[in-house]
Design a protein around this ligand. Structure first.
Ligand SMILES: Cc1cc2nc3c(=O)[nH]c(=O)nc-3n(C[C@H](O)[C@H](O)[C@H](O)COP(=O)(O)OP(=O)(O)OC[C@H]3O[C@@H](n4cnc5c(N)ncnc54)[C@H](O)[C@@H]3O)c2cc1C
Length: 455
């Protein structure tokens, strides 16, 4: 039975990324009218060119033992895959100190306990979404590969932790078994660990298909509408204020959900909440095998993670879908990663892309430098800002009020770090439950948006 209230104003979602799309999906499924307000284009920000990995195995957050020290060592190293640009940015340094405080095993395990249920719920929801949305969803697992035998053996400690604390054991592979498993790996690659439950998809195709499905369901998507604040009366958001090329305006709202990704700190004042989200810039480069003269045998059958060079490799049946033609392009490989804290800088430096090709070429027969020409779609070089929180756990839930106006119907769903795609369906379902007052399917406590404002 649906509880559609045709006369009620819509739930307004701010941000048309994968998290906003998922919130809209499950709210519409719960019978709510929904409007998405997007300042640019739906699906064009961080949810566009990411690596497309759906990784329930990734319960451990980026803040791990030794990570902060590595970032500090790389302060003046322009070519390090994990890097903080040396610049005076008090907001970033406050964030980095909070991150540094969590770079230890017990904080990582605590974060993992928060992330685990939402990752698992999202992964199982993708089994349904992957069947209905045209996004090249492939439940083939993820192989973490190591060139050095010592690094491969060293991962056994992480495997034991994941197996004992999170019931996420990997399958250990080496020698002939590894080569049979993934023939594209070079002979000098020492070994791998395989996570069977992981999957992958094409993020741009997902967003394109999700947009069509949401529109079919009656969700309104407005682009070029930049939200600036909320009109709150009697303890409730009544309207969402924005500017567009037509000037200032207001969208009536029965509830509002801020899903603005790395730009969520822009809402700090309007939410009355400290939003510790920093832009963790990452890059991707898509190699179209035939156009770049690559042997199809160079393409791995399954997604790879290469921790020694901090590169992820995702095989795609087709290149990016651009425009309205929906034409499947030739088989492609997406290389992605790099973590750069350099503010909101959208530039795509060729030397950073070279880290991806050079890193991957140590494991696979791909070019060691990025191809000289841009792909005709103009979509093969990409950078995005991951919405990073110090503890690696997103902010999902009702805004507690605090310094701002208390509003019973104001929610946030942001800060999904390196896992926004992997966490989106569970996040959307949880937001729909919180907005409609239904029983949450996972405990929302670990994601409390006010947890950084306490004490
Ligand atoms: C190189 C790279 C590889 C990655 N690989 C993976 C992966 O394999 N698997 C995985 O799970 N995750 C991956 N991620 C992370 C993932 O891409 C992000 O966590 C996810 O896209 C965040 O989604 P989002 O909806 O929160 O943000 P976004 O996609 O950035 O969407 C937020 C939207 O809000 C809009 N907005 C902002 N401010 C306003 C405003 N004032 N008014 C209106 N609209 C506004 C923005 O324009 C934007 O469209 C990767 C990221 C990078 C950079």
């Amino acid at each position: 039975m649906s509880d559609v209230m045709p006369e009620a104003p819509p739930v307004v979602i701010i941000g048309g990324g994968v998290v906003g799309a998922a919130c809209a999906h499950y709210l519409a499924e719960a019978g709510r009218r929904v409007t998405i307000l997007e300042r640019d284009r739906f699906g064009a920000a961080c949810s566009h060119g990411n690596c497309g990995l759906l990784s329930p195995s990734h319960v451990l957050p980026p803040a791990g033992p030794g990570v902060f020290a590595e970032a500090m060592r790389n302060l003046f190293q322009k070519d390090a895959p994990l890097r903080v640009a040396p610049r005076w940015d008090p907001r970033l340094w406050r964030w980095l100190l909070a991150f540094a405080a969590r770079c230890n095993e017990s904080a990582a395990v605590e974060a993992g306990r928060g992330l685990g249920p939402l990752l698992a719920s999202s992964r199982s929801l993708y089994d349904d979404l992957g069947g209905t949305l045209d996004c090249e969803f492939e439940p083939r697992g993820l192989l973490i590969a190591f060139r050095e035998a010592a690094a491969h053996a060293g991962y056994a400690k992480t495997d034991a932790l994941l197996a004992e604390r999170f019931d996420l054991p990997a399958r250990r592979l080496e020698g002939a078994a590894l080569r049979e498993f993934e023939p594209a790996l070079k002979p000098e690659v020492a070994g791998g660990w395989f996570y069977e439950e992981d999957a992958h998809l094409r993020p741009d195709a997902l967003m394109k298909s999700w947009r069509a499905a949401l529109t079919d369901r009656g969700v309104t998507i407005r682009e070029g509408v930049s939200v600036t604040g909320f009109r709150v009366e009697d303890g409730r958001v009544r309207g969402v204020q924005y500017t567009s090329d037509k000037g200032a305006g207001e969208e009536p709202a029965s509830a509002a959900v801020v899903a603005a990704g790395a730009l969520t700190p822009d809402f700090q004042q309007a939410l009355g909440l400290y939003v510790p989200v920093a832009p963790g810039k990452g890059y991707s480069m898509t190699l179209h095998l035939d156009e770049h003269g690559l042997d199809p045998a160079a393409a791995p059958r399954m997604p790879l993670l290469l921790p020694e060079v901090r590169v992820a490799v995702t095989p795609h049946a087709g290149g990016p879908v651009r425009g309205e033609d929906g034409v499947r392009r030739p088989a492609a490989l997406r290389l992605g990663s790099i973590m750069e804290f350099a503010g909101y800088d959208p530039s795509i430096a060729r030397r950073r892309l070279a880290l991806l090709t050079r890193g991957a070429s140590r494991f696979l027969n791909v070019p060691a430098e990025p191809p000289a020409d841009d792909h005709p779609t103009g979509d093969n070089r990409w950078a995005g800002w991951r919405p990073m929180t110090p503890d690696g756990v997103p902010l999902i839930g009702k805004v507690p009020g605090g310094r701002g106006q208390r509003a019973e119907n104001l929610f946030v769903a942001a800060g999904h770090n390196m896992l926004g795609l992997s966490l989106a369906p569970g996040t959307g379902r949880l937001i729909a439950e919180l907005v409609t007052g239904a029983e949450p399917h996972v405990d929302p406590a670990p994601y409390a948006p006010g947890r950084f404002s306490r004490g």
